[in-house]
Design a protein. Structure first.
Length: 104
């Protein structure tokens, strides 16, 4: 997927895939979603995802109809770190945010 946002190019073909997450249900389930966090060569993070008509990627067809959709969304470092924490991607957290992790 490729998208230009705010004059910046985001391209999954040239970026590093950091981590992925998806719903535990079948891809045919309306609530299904799959997301991947990427990092550009210049260090910017972004999230690419897709999902069914009952996921947060749903797109309205008309006033009462929804379909699945997809999106690419730039993330700040803080948002990327929070996404990794929420999805349980500990290894990626340690790889990309080691300087901000402290022992309890």
């Amino acid at each position: 997927m490729k998208k230009i946002i705010g004059g910046k190019r985001y391209d999954t073909a040239t970026a590093q895939k950091v981590a992925s997450d998806s719903a535990s249900c079948s891809k045919s389930d309306f609530s299904y979603y799959a997301e991947s966090l990427y990092r550009t060569m210049s260090g910017r993070f972004y999230l690419v995802g897709e999902g069914g008509p009952m996921s947060h990627y749903a797109e309205a067809i008309d006033s009462n109809s929804w379909t699945g959709g997809s999106d690419l969304r730039p993330l700040s470092e803080k948002e990327a770190r929070e996404w990794l924490e929420q999805t349980g991607n500990t290894e990626a957290l340690e790889d990309h945010f080691a300087q901000s992790i402290v022992d309890a």
